[in-house]
Design a protein around this ligand. Sequence first.
Ligand code: MG
Ligand code: MG
Length: 268
Amino acid sequence: MPQDVIYKTPEQIEKMRRAGGLVHEALRRCRAACRPGVTTAEINAEAQRVIDETPGAVGLFKNYPAPSPRTPAFPAVTCISINEEVVHGIPGDRVIREGDLVSVDCGIRIDGWCGDSATTIMVGNVSAEDRRLCEVTEHVLRIAIENIRPGRRWSQVAQRMQDYAERAGMGVVRDFVGHGIGQSMHESPKVPNFVSDDLLRHDILLKPGLVLAVEPMCCLGTDRVKVLKDGWTVVTADKKAAAHYEHTIAVTDSGCTVLTDGSDGKNG
Ligand code: MG
Ligand code: MG
């Protein structure tokens, strides 16, 4: 299966950084609002406010078509997934509790370019194993950032990510993967957090201008997942906790630059 990758110019990547900065700000406000007693709808409203305050900004998740024709389109600008929920949780009247792991994912387009990022928030005193799950998953994303450079193949990066997670005893979700991103949120190629025969057959050569949304999802138990009756929410099959971290990352001449960390990209 050939994958038509769209490479971006440095000017286009700077436009993506603007979108990424908005996503960073949305997630920052969601984090500040995320405490016991608050509903997931209230957390989502913080991201909605960032979009509403910014002329031209569009939330990419709202009205996103469902995988199944019987399921309504996604109704919010964030996905909020708690504890055993991995991704695609729908914000609503669920109340955050002490000890929850709250994964917030947000995508925004502005001036025609997209940013996509996610983070897992530890609410108050979380269990030691949940804390370790978050630390390992965030470090898996860090491994990607430290290893993306032109000339490498994605499988080399994914192998390091997978090895780190699995040696730490965590499952790496197989059913959902990262993706290319640009003027559309989801572009080629698919960006798995693990190595498969399929990846090795269709490996991705990292070249300047390639922009990827890298998004490791790790879990304390099985990597098998299922979708709840709402048609959206993905949970672990064994109901053990999951964590999800994502950045939009552009390959540069010398390495890579993260577009969704709120920085201007000038410091390395
Ligand atoms: Mg995302
Ligand atoms: Mg994504």
